[in-house]
Design a binder for this molecule. Structure first.
Ligand SMILES: Nc1nc2c(ncn2[C@@H]2O[C@H](COP(=O)(O)OP(=O)(O)OP(=O)(O)O)[C@@H](O)[C@H]2O)c(=O)[nH]1
Ligand SMILES: [Mg+2]
Length: 307
């Protein structure tokens, strides 16, 4: 009889899809912890984020990626590069689609999928489609036309209805992925869940709170950089973060009247950082202007965007 080590499967799976499809939500649900930030606004994720799922007979490395869109601008191009690099690195591709959105606005389905279809048209890697947010689709018959369109776009792909936030269909999705993974030894220790550094997660936590709190285009031109990180003898972690905005008038908008906005961001970020780091956290933030930073490739790389 073969041992389980001989049957062990290893592979990398990229989560690819339009902004807001639920890629980061799925990553977090699969791993049972928050690795990637999630907001109701599109363009939340800016980097590739790794989640490593290990069980008795397999290790799957999931890559969460920025949403595939048609927006212009340097930062958007850098984000797209990260998404396509994820496809390059992967053994198989899970395309995510928001069933609730397309059930209400069917004309958007092909339009939003087009850059994804184009981007992976020459791939020889297996493609699966995760039709997400089915918990929001009351009339399940509305899923059928969506499955037809998706089936025409990717005739070979299995289409798996899921709810990433509720966890519905994830066993199916995992079983399907596993079936097609190659044999191979694990690349990471079994208790390692991600390759994302804690500092990055801390910066992302602050960015999430900013993203949620800010209106209009402001979230998209805000970045967070951890400048100071010190632990004292009592175990208290002092974090100093710079919040970068792209225009002079954005600074006052981020800070808010009487500092209210920034105070609320600090309060909710600190609460989450305490949990993340399992320590007392002192958080200080400064808002700084760097004009048009979203177009500055050097600066974008400094804050960890691009390849
Ligand atoms: N009801 C419901 N909401 C979901 C589900 N999956 C994701 N959402 C919500 O959809 C929104 C977008 O989720 P994200 O996980 O940030 O989406 P994303 O694809 O990572 O988005 P980008 O990073 O912007 O590309 C959030 O408000 C989530 O809570 C789901 O299965 N059901
Ligand atoms: Mg995301």
């Amino acid at each position: 009889m073969e041992t389980s080590a001989e049957n062990f499967k290893f592979g990398t799976v990229v989560l690819l899809g339009p902004p807001n499809a639920g890629k980061s939500t799925l990553l977090n649900k699969l791993l049972g912890q928050k690795l990637a930030i999630v907001t109701s606004k599109p363009q939340t994720t800016r980097n590739q984020i790794t989640g490593i799922l290990t069980d008795d007979d397999s290790q799957i490395v999931f890559l969460d990626t920025p949403g595939v869109h048609r927006l212009r601008g340097r930062m958007n191009r850098f984000m797209l590069q990260s998404a396509w690099a994820g496809v390059e690195a992967a053994d198989c591709i899970v395309v995510m689609a928001d069933a609730n959105l397309y059930a209400r606005k069917p004309y958007l389905l092909e339009r939003e999928m087009e850059p994804i279809v184009k981007g992976i048209q020459n791939t020889t890697k297996p493609v699966y489609v995760a039709l997400n947010k089915i918990d929001l689709v009351k009339d399940k018959a509305a899923l059928l036309p969506l499955m037809q369109v998706l089936g025409a776009l990717w005739p070979e792909a299995g289409i798996i209805p899921i709810s990433a936030s509720k966890g519905t269909g994830l066993d199916d999705l995992l079983a399907t992925i596993k079936k097609h993974l190659a044999l191979g030894a694990p690349m990471f220790p079994e208790d390692q869940v991600s390759t994302v550094p804690l500092r990055f997660m801390a910066a992302e936590t602050i960015r999430e709170k900013l993203f949620i709190g800010l209106e209009q285009e402001l979230p998209y031109s805000t970045a967070v950089e951890i400048e100071q990180w010190e632990e004292d003898e009592s175990g208290l972690i002092r974090i100093g973060a710079l919040i970068w905005v792209a225009r002079d008038n954005h600074k006052a908008m981020v800070i808010g009247k009487g500092g209210q906005n920034l105070k609320e961001v600090g309060r909710s970020a600190r609460l989450e950082l305490k949990q993340l780091l399992d320590a007392k956290v002192h958080l200080e933030m400064w808002v700084k202007v760097r004009r048009d930073w979203t177009e500055d490739p050097g600066f974008l790389r400094t804050i960890g965007l691009g390849l």
